[in-house]
Design a protein. Sequence first.
Length: 126
Amino acid sequence: MGASPRVPKDIDEYIAGYPKDVQAILQRVRRTIKKAAPGVEETIKYEMPTFTLKGNLISFGAFKSHIGIYPVPAGTKEFQKELAPYRAQKSSVRIPLDKPIPYDLISRLVKFRLEEHLARLKAKGP
């Protein structure tokens, strides 16, 4: 499984490069992120779907056996137990394609990440 070797022009093209069952998961991840972070803009960065709001907010990607979410919020103590089965690196998670996708957890991570991102922007000032 894999996307076309050329960089997709948008998220629709990215998703179209995968089998139908994975496309359905990717579309739902996309909707989950957009609902959790209203006003985000969609783009492709690092050859992956990325959502921006005055800078990069969150990205996701499909791989042979998992969906990756990047970056996971930094101060996620309240998510540690839930993230344990998916933790890949400090700032990313891998959700196996052969297990139920935790869309509610993704939504809560995105909301937390949005708060974290907006606070960082506010601290920087204009």
